[in-house]
Design a protein around this ligand. Structure first.
Ligand SMILES: CC(C)(COP(=O)(O)OP(=O)(O)OC[C@H]1O[C@@H](n2cnc3c(N)ncnc32)[C@H](O)[C@@H]1OP(=O)(O)O)[C@@H](O)C(=O)NCCC(=O)NCCS
Length: 155
């Protein structure tokens, strides 16, 4: 199954599918919701994973500073987890970061083991001044954030 998953940059036609995928995770409180309109505006920052032409996962890269990006909206559809597709998406996003000459890739997540297996280390959230938590105003948990910050240094 892993070999059949193909990662590619998202196109405007993917916005509706991405909105549905992300809405499912947002309802569970593990992702911030993104409307179709917002996704259309930010589509350049999104990638998708396809199996047999069907989108089964997504992820995005948000620039937080001159040398720092955040992996966001990373999710795999039920039935496709544990098949290496999430790791493939992370590899693709890291390649994108390298192409932009970025050396620090971070994420805020509950899926610490997954990120550790992909070479990330747990770090203190306070080390990221650039983030200024600009999206946190949209999050129900903004005053009680229990997500873990993870960081991968690229070289
Ligand atoms: C987290 C997520 C993206 C992982 O994607 P995936 O395709 O299932 O992960 P992979 O198959 O690439 O797993 C890679 C490794 O991480 C491990 N792993 C994945 N999810 C794990 C979990 N929840 N707990 C422990 N280990 C996990 C796998 O066992 C695998 O280990 P291995 O290399 O030793 O076999 C996916 O489970 C998901 O969509 N979760 C819900 C949304 C979410 O929380 N996203 C993170 C927001 S930052």
């Amino acid at each position: 199954m892993q070999a059949q998953a193909v990662c590619r940059k998202a196109t405007i036609e993917d916005a509706g599918t991405l909105a549905d995928l992300i809405a499912g995770y947002a309802q569970k409180g593990i992702m911030l919701p993104r409307s179709k309109e917002v996704l259309q505006r930010q589509i350049d920052t999104f990638i998708v994973a396809e199996v047999d032409g069907e989108v089964v996962g997504c992820g995005s890269l948000c620039k937080l500073g001159t040398d720092l990006v955040e992996i966001r909206s990373l999710g795999i559809s039920e039935g496709y987890k544990g098949l290496g597709i999430g790791s493939k998406l992370v590899d693709f996003l890291i390649e994108e970061a390298r192409n932009q000459h970025i050396t620090k890739v971070m994420a805020l997540t509950y899926e610490v083991t997954f990120f550790q297996k992909n070479g990330f280390k747990i770090v203190d959230k306070e080390i990221f001044p650039e983030k200024v938590w600009k999206d946190c105003v949209h999050c129900a948990k903004q005053h009680a954030c229990d997500e873990i910050a993870v960081l991968k240094m690229l070289n």
